[in-house]
Design a protein around this ligand. Structure first.
Ligand code: NAD
Length: 472
């Protein structure tokens, strides 16, 4: 078992100032993988101090000066792809194929996109008798979850550094190892000391100390709505900028005339990827009543292709969920839905056969789900799809918009115009039309309870900039 006793602060690995530790578990074997420091207020204070000390000089660099270490960071991520994937397999339980393509590959794509955006961004513009400068916001607190642990780090840290901000990162307690690996790559990229800092620790301790720190200018948080609300309240008291990427309960709406088989098959891949632990997953499939049973039969057949198993084995499509607590939560939702009258089409609350060890959940499809049921309204964060029927387009829209969330979604129709017209009426930040692919340049973020602000692309960079106007 690895034993780490240091935090990355001020350009060096320094002994943690707290003796507490966190144990990192492998969700497939339930074995301890590593111990990392559970940082406290003193560690956070040292990290914020280092970030503050570095902020003015880093904020005054030219884009070319920032592009140099950012390019080396990009190259470091490219060189470490295998190690990143294996680390995420070990601490998250994500299958190696998905970990390689997405957990390791996506952060590299996003970093590449920011090299291009930074190279071309207009940090200065004229309007009337003013010159408007886009200046860095200052010291950024980045607080990230465990489900796409490196992607969520990169989606905050890389644009923040590109904007000229300095950063303190507090990664999720379940997945600190890939965060430490990222810190190593940042170190090797030779950024000035203090520009990037890492404090591992518990949310209520290190996370709360960081979010509430008076010397932080912006809090960028990804995680649950409950914690995000508290962070927004404390940021409000401190007049701090805040970006929140919270949960989702996204609807996949199949309109009459669409390719139903394709829509259902893509939906299952979407909702079972990463064991359903994707905030933007289409967890609600909405189908017209006339096609409902056909959709249920298609989903039942397709679900059979997702067999839970060892995430280190090539070809495994579904690993465990991240923790015992998460498994109990997901099973509780399945049991609750069945008690409330939902029909089990595939899966169920029991452990998958032959997988008594590891936090596995059966890939589950529920039919006859009513929009009022908890599984149709609340984020489950597990491999569970609910199929809901609708009468007509207005009814479909009412169901699609009928949750507190609004992060993502999909529409399938016989033609693009019909799908776009429907998508424009959905209260959500992203909609994939007839199987449109994920675009790392498109702004990602939520309407309603799904958050504030956007990540990725130009919009993601601009979260870390503030305008200053000079009049002539
Ligand atoms: P979480 O909110 O418990 O934790 C997220 C992060 O916040 C962790 O680093 C945690 O340590 C920290 N934290 C916890 N309590 C804190 C506090 N009081 N003050 C400051 N920091 C604190 O969420 P989670 O369980 O890690 O992640 C799952 C949730 O995140 C789901 O609801 C999911 O939808 C959401 N999520 C959203 C997005 C998105 O982009 N919108 C992406 C991934 C996950």
């Amino acid at each position: 078992m690895q034993q780490h006793t240091d935090q990355y602060i001020g350009g060096a690995w320094r002994p943690a100032l707290t003796a507490e530790t966190l144990t990192v578990l492998n969700p497939a074997t339930e074995q301890a993988l590593a111990l990392v420091p559970a940082g406290g207020a003193a560690d956070v204070d040292a990290a914020v101090g280092a970030a503050r000390a570095a902020a003015r000089a880093w904020g005054a660099t030219t884009r070319e000066q920032r592009l140099e270490p950012l390019t080396r960071l990009r190259d470091g991520l490219a060189a470490a792809q295998r190690e990143i994937a294996e680390t995420v397999v070990a601490e998250l339980g994500c299958p190696i194929g998905f970990a390689t393509a997405v957990q390791a590959g996506l952060p590299l794509t996003v970093t590449d996109s920011y090299l291009d955006i930074l190279a071309g961004y207009a940090f200065e513009e004229r309007t009337g008798n003013s010159t408007v400068y886009a200046e860095p916001v200052g010291v950024v607190a980045a607080i990230t979850p465990w489900n796409y642990p490196l992607h969520q780090i990169v989606a905050k840290v890389v644009p923040a550094l590109a904007a000229g901000c300095t950063v303190v990162l507090k990664p999720a307690e379940d997945t600190p190892l890939v965060a430490r690996l990222f810190a190593r790559i940042v170190h090797e990229a030779e950024f000035p000391a203090g520009v990037f800092n890492l404090v591992t620790g518990l949310g209520q301790v290190a996370g709360a100390a960081l979010a509430g720190h008076p010397d932080v200018d912006l809090v960028s948080f990804t995680g649950s709505t409950a914690v995000g609300r508290g962070i927004a309240e404390s940021a409000g008291r401190g007049i701090k900028r805040v970006t929140l990427e919270l949960g989702g309960k996204s609807a996949n709406v199949v309109l009459p005339g669409a390719d139903l088989a394709r829509a259902v098959n893509v939906n299952l891949g979407n909702v079972f990827a990463n064991s359903g632990q994707t905030c933007s997953a289409w967890t609600r499939l909405l189908v017209h009543r006339d096609h409902y049973e056909e959709a249920v039969a298609l989903a039942a057949e397709a679900a059979g292709k997702y067999v839970p198993g060892d995430p280190t084995a090539e070809g495994t499509r579904l690993g465990p969920v991240v923790s015992a607590g998460q498994r109990e939560r997901v099973r509780g939702y399945i049991t609750g839905a069945l008690a409330a009258g939902a029909r089990l089409v595939a899966g169920g609350p029991e452990a998958p056969e032959g997988l008594e060890t590891g936090y596995y959940v059966r890939p589950t499809v529920l039919a006859d789900v009513d929009p009022g049921m908890a599984v149709a309204r609340e984020e489950i964060f597990g491999p569970v799809l609910s199929i809901l029927g609708y009468r007509d387009e207005e009814h479909a829209l009412e169901i699609a918009n009928g949750t507190d969330y609004g992060l993502a979604g999909a529409v399938w129709a016989a033609d693009r115009e019909t799908a776009v017209a429907f998508a424009r009426r959905m209260d959500t930040g992203q909609v994939d039309i007839n199987g449109g692919r994920f675009n790392p340049l498109a702004p990602f973020g939520g309407y309603k309870g799904s958050g504030l602000g956007r990540e990725l692309g130009r919009h993601g960079l601009e979260e870390f900039l503030q305008p200053k106007s000079l009049q002539f």
